[in-house]
Design a protein around this ligand. Structure first.
Ligand SMILES: Nc1ncnc2c1ncn2[C@@H]1O[C@H](COP(=O)(O)OP(=O)(O)OP(=O)(O)O)[C@@H](O)[C@H]1O
Ligand SMILES: [Mg+2]
Length: 286
């Protein structure tokens, strides 16, 4: 066990009773087309507090999205338990808003309609839903773009709409799967700052999956490291005690940031190399 694991695990135990999301011994398996069972995630424990921003990092293909999908109720674990705000999760996690890596905007609806739709479906009157949607578009810096359709927006602007679409519903938990992955480096920084700004005004529990360690440290209260799969596990849990509010580009220059980066990378690098060499040997065997 590393110091990171011990520290995080102790903190997690203390908060477990009031967790927003709690995974206990979660194992997730898939049946492959040839009938073989593939164990993607093995006996993973994770506790995310109600106002906590947790980043989940690990090599490609290790099981980050799988773990997030279990928290979203989109995948049922083969064994173990998912608990949401103290209640066992059965079916879809209605307390969570999910921001996917891919755009989930409806191309035939304007930015305003895309943001308002979640409220309308939940029963809010159209005029009221649209008024709130206008407010949210303003909060993500898109007041002037409300009548545009998604194809008339840049990638970064579409992400802002998607963020507003999730936040307008006021979920207690936000699940984000590499939400800024396809964006260029500068836009990622700006989106990260926007996300932190909105989150700090009304802290929710966040599970933020990324493969970018700098992004994880800059945003999160905790960085959780997954091992290379198959049977991936949570192997590291690092508290990020950097002061808030944070400016993402500035914070990377701080010594404390760099020390955290070095420590976490030390653990992550081994897993990334392992995932890479496993993939190569699989390719060679084909
Ligand atoms: N429906 C499925 N059926 C079979 N195997 C699956 C299925 N979904 C995911 N897997 C496998 O489970 C493992 C974990 O996948 P997952 O998508 O969770 O990885 P990830 O960590 O999110 O990767 P990335 O960083 O590339 O997004 C991978 O080996 C993947 O091939
Ligand atoms: Mg993924």
């Amino acid at each position: 066990m590393t110091a990171g694991v011990t520290e995080g695990a102790l903190g997690a135990k203390a908060d477990a009773a009031h967790a927003a999301v709690r995974l206990d011994g979660v194992t997730i398996e898939f049946t492959l087309p040839e009938g073989r069972v593939f164990r993607a995630v093995a006996s993973s424990d994770l506790v995310v507090g109600p106002r906590e921003f947790a980043a989940i990092i690990g090599p490609t293909g290790c099981g980050k999205s799988t773990l997030l999908n279990a928290a979203a109720g989109l995948l049922r674990p083969a064994s173990g338990r998912v608990t949401v705000l103290g209640a066992p999760l059965a079916g879809i996690n209605r307390q969570a808003g999910y921001l996917f890596q891919q755009d989930a905007l409806m191309p035939w609806k304007t930015a305003l309609e895309n943001v308002a739709i979640g409220l309308e479906v939940a029963g809010t009157a159209r005029a009221e839903a649209r008024k709130k949607a206008r407010d949210w578009l303003a909060r993500v810096g898109l007041a002037a773009f409300s009548e545009r359709y998604p194809h008339m927006l840049s990638g970064g602007q579409r992400k802002r709409v998607a963020l507003a679409q999730v936040l307008i519903r006021d979920p207690k938990i936000i699940l984000m799967d590499e939400p800024f992955g396809p964006l260029d480096a500068q836009t990622r920084l700006i989106m990260g700052d926007l996300l932190l700004n909105l989150w700090s005004q009304d802290r929710k529990a966040v599970m933020f999956v990324t493969h970018d360690l700098e992004e994880a440290i800059a945003l999160a209260d905790r960085v959780v490291v997954m091992s290379a799969g198959p049977s991936a596990r949570i192997i590291g849990d690092f508290a990020i005690p950097l002061e808030r509010p944070r400016d993402i580009s500035e914070i990377k220059l701080e010594r404390a940031f760099q020390t955290l980066h070095r420590d976490i990378w030390h653990m992550l690098k081994k897993e990334v190399l392992k995932a890479y060499s496993d993939q190569q040997s699989e390719e060679a065997a084909q």
